[in-house]
Ligand binder design. Structure first.
Ligand SMILES: Nc1ncnc2c1ncn2[C@@H]1O[C@H](COP(=O)(O)OP(=O)(O)OP(=O)(O)O)[C@@H](O)[C@H]1O
Length: 606
């Protein structure tokens, strides 16, 4: 089984919104064209064996009428029935297997693509809806590839062949049959678009349900604590009910369409019986011809059901394909080679922001208004300032989760845009504000950023981040499962796991965003010493609300409302910057609010 997911069909083409679904569907099926062809051929062979049956039946009846032996035709009929069953089963299996491969291909392409989504795209998307596109919508491709693509080919060909055989048997009766078919076809033309519309809306509701469910299950504690279960339940149920309503609507039209085809056959049968009976009575055709023709009419049922089924499945599938393609059009980062982590000999990185302006979206107010500061390689730089000043945004820009709207960011003297993205991120260790821990084992979490770290390195980092007692306490040590988002760990433990994970990467630039805010005094002091030690060989940036961390820093960048107010050491800033002095006297910088920033604004220092 191939391991690398091929690029999605039309993945980032801007113009594919107007591409008809059948073309997209063909793109998905193309890698499996030979298997599809083999399945279709087996289907046709099954059809051919079925088609031969009425001819043999006709010969049998004529033999009976002529007082000839019927053993030969009987054996032939048995053989044909057997072949029909065996080849039919083989073809069915092959097609189903291929359909599953199409679903697998679509899932791999979409998941690979979603993992490369830009953070801006994630900011605008609902994870639950994206998940529904990967799980539910791709499943619908299964039926489309088997029933629609193959059904329309084999069913269509069998239909044409059957009609040809009918025409050869008796052109008049064939004309009668065709007339009934055309009437039924016109009716189907009215019904089919309604199936498509209902299916698309049903799938959209499945996406909404996924989003609503993700919202509530992702924050179940908060929902329970807020007593909001009933209200949230209603939102999930409303989406589920809407999906049900639309699916029932689609089922109604499908039932009508299916029965229209069945009814057409019955009407054709009765008409052929009447017209054919009259032709037998006048001696235009023999009774054998009429029986053979009636068998053909019944035989028509199969290919007609196949074609009608294919058309209906196509409606369902086209809705799914459109939703999958919508996800493929979200902006994503370019596919790049994975970059190795920097070796121990790699020097720490310097950093410079020069007049950086940034806003999260065009319809949102600017967050950075010309942010400028320099950080030399090695040493600790603290970012302080009121909540919402734009400190975390500085880190997000360095990781290139977002691009600045103006200004320049340099890392190691090179414009950030010139860095290979994977290489840039491989050089950085980033501990986010809420210290996310993923479900899995403690070891999985530690090795997330550096899967090649050896046992000794892990043990050492566990010691320096004071995780030792936790590991000893856990039933399976490092191999203990930590639960969804690390719920089996305390807030402080999660922070230490996140710091250990970042340290294991041996980064050239370490960014800690309030990474020790939940630690007790003893652990905080220990981690502070660890970070100070790391800062002797690495460039460390910290966002801190605790004075004890800030005073350790070699330089402090004071931010307020998207600007750098001042840069300096603790001593310099207490004397020169009113906001900083205010923050310092409150000890806990988190307590400061932007109201303090109304004080005088000295020029940035350093
Ligand atoms: N993904 C986002 N989309 C839109 N706006 C955002 C996003 N992230 C942050 N913001 C906004 O940008 C501004 C700066 O946020 P940022 O997180 O950088 O502040 P901060 O200084 O780190 O605050 P805190 O100390 O509370 O963590 C805030 O007004 C915030 O609402």
């Amino acid at each position: 089984m191939p391991t690398a997911a091929p690029p999605p069909p039309q993945a980032t083409a801007d113009g594919d919104a107007g591409v008809p679904p059948w073309r997209l569907l063909l793109d998905y099926a193309r890698p499996h064209r030979w298997a599809l062809l083999a399945g279709a051929l087996l289907g046709l062979l099954t059809g051919a064996t079925g088609l031969a049956l009425p001819l043999v039946a006709k010969a049998l009846i004529e033999n009976l009428a002529d007082d000839k032996g019927i053993a030969g035709p009987l054996i032939l009929m048995s053989l044909l029935v057997l072949m029909n069953a065996v080849i039919g089963a083989l073809g069915g299996y092959l097609l189903r297997r291929t359909a599953e491969s199409v679903v697998l291909g679509a899932r791999r392409r979409l998941t690979s693509y979603l993992l490369r989504l830009r953070i801006t795209a994630m900011d605008r998307s609902e994870p639950g809806d994206l998940m529904a596109r990967v799980t539910s919508d791709t499943t619908l491709l299964r039926e489309v590839t088997t029933e629609a693509l193959v059904g329309i080919c084999t069913g269509g060909l069998t239909l044409v062949a059957t009609l040809a055989m009918m025409g050869w048997t008796d052109p008049v009766l064939m004309g009668v049959t065709l007339g009934v078919m055309v009437l039924a076809g016109s009716l189907l033309g009215v019904i089919v678009p309604r199936i498509s519309k209902a299916t698309k809306r049903a799938q959209e509701s499945v996406g909404l349900m996924g989003a609503a469910l993700e919202r509530v299950l992702g924050s179940l504690r908060t929902v329970k604590a807020s007593g909001a279960e009933l209200r949230e339940e209603r939102a999930v149920h409303a989406a589920a009910e809407d999906s049900w309503r639309q699916s029932v609507r689609a089922a109604k039209w499908e039932a009508i369409a299916g029965n229209t085809a069945g009814l057409a056959i019955q009407i054709a049968f009765l008409t052929v019986l009447g017209v054919g009976g009259a032709r037998v009575a006048t001696g235009s055709i023999g009774i054998g011809t009429l029986v053979a023709f009636l068998l053909y009419v019944f035989y028509l049922m199969g290919p007609i059901q196949q074609v009608v089924g294919a058309v209906m499945q196509y409606q369902t599938g086209s809705a799914a394909v459109r939703r999958i393609q919508e996800a493929h059009r979200l902006p994503a980062e370019p596919v790049g080679e994975p970059a190795p982590l920097p070796g121990p000999d790699q020097p720490p990185l310097s950093l410079a922001f020069d007049g950086v302006h940034f806003r999260y979206a065009d319809d949102l107010p600017p967050v950075h208004h010309g942010v400028t500061f320099q950080v030399p390689a090695r040493g600790m730089t603290a970012f302080v300032g009121p909540s919402g000043a734009g400190k975390t945004t500085v880190f997000s820009l360095i990781e290139r989760f977002y691009e600045p709207t103006a200004g320049r960011i340099e890392v190691d003297g090179r414009d950030l845009g010139d860095w290979d993205l994977a290489r840039l991120r491989a050089s950085i260790g980033y501990v986010e504000q809420d210290a996310p821990v993923l479900s899995g084992t403690l070891r999985d979490n530690l090795l997330l950023g550096n899967p090649t770290a050896g046992e000794d390195e892990v043990r050492q980092v566990v010691t320096t981040t004071r995780l030792g007692p936790l590991v000893e306490r856990l039933p399976d040590g490092l191999d203990t499962l930590v639960g969804h988002r690390g719920t089996k760990l305390s807030g402080g433990e999660r922070q230490r796991v996140a710091i250990a994970r970042a340290l294991l990467r041996r980064p050239r630039l370490l960014m800690l965003d309030e990474a020790t805010s939940q630690l007790d005094a003893v652990n905080e002091a220990a981690l502070r010493d660890t970070v100070a030690e790391v800062a002797r060989t690495t460039t460390v940036l910290v966002v801190a609300h605790r004075l004890s961390t800030v005073t350790l820093a070699d330089r402090i960048v004071v931010m307020d409302a998207g600007r750098v107010r001042a840069v300096g050491t603790h001593g310099e800033l207490v004397a020169q910057d009113a906001l900083y002095a205010e923050l310092a006297t409150t000890q806990f910088l988190a307590a400061a609010d932007s109201g303090v920033s109304g004080s005088s604004t000295p020029e940035p220092v350093g």
